[in-house]
Unconditional design. Sequence first.
Length: 231
Amino acid sequence: MIIAIDGPAGSGKSTTARAVAERLGYVYVDTGAMYRTVALAFTRNGVSAESPSAGEIRELLGNMHLDMRFGPDGMQILLDGQDVTGDIRTREVTEVASRVAVIPEVRERMVQEQRDLARIQEKERGGVVFEGRDIGTIVFPDADVKVFMDASEEMRARRRYEELQEKDPDVSFEDVLSDIRARDERDVSRRLSPLRRAEDTIEIDTSDIDLHEQVEMVLRAVRERGNCTSV
């Protein structure tokens, strides 16, 4: 079973996807972390995400090795053998990631990585929970369950602000809100894999509901659409 959870930044999809995966005994795959890791590779190799040449992209992707590992603490991501799980959560990497994500060669590589992961996890565990922005529309259009999570701009900015404060105490709420708005605009207007709702998705507004309610709504969809009665 493949469960696809999409939505904009700060909508609560990561926390919900992680909890759903735990309840089902599946692994949780944060596809945004994969793009963040590519962004980190761009930064470390001095390649601009604004206007990289075809040669730079080809060389970087050809030499880059990503590895995802799953354990009790969740998804660990390695770049060229180094654990970068914590390094990719800075505001700077987030900014670069939203630009790297519109590069066709990068998306092609990540989509293939994600589909490979799905095949492995379905075979090993019977299912997997993917979270991102184009999972139900592009990566897995035939996913068993598709969910689109959203919330108000202010609520999403507040959640991201609280998350970033742990790493950057000087970050301001106004800056985070501005970043959220700019990222939303890039996500919905980009030519390649824009953020949008799949036709057969289940929509969840998380502005005024807690994590327990969010998780139960997704599990209800799993029971109804996946014919699963054990959750």
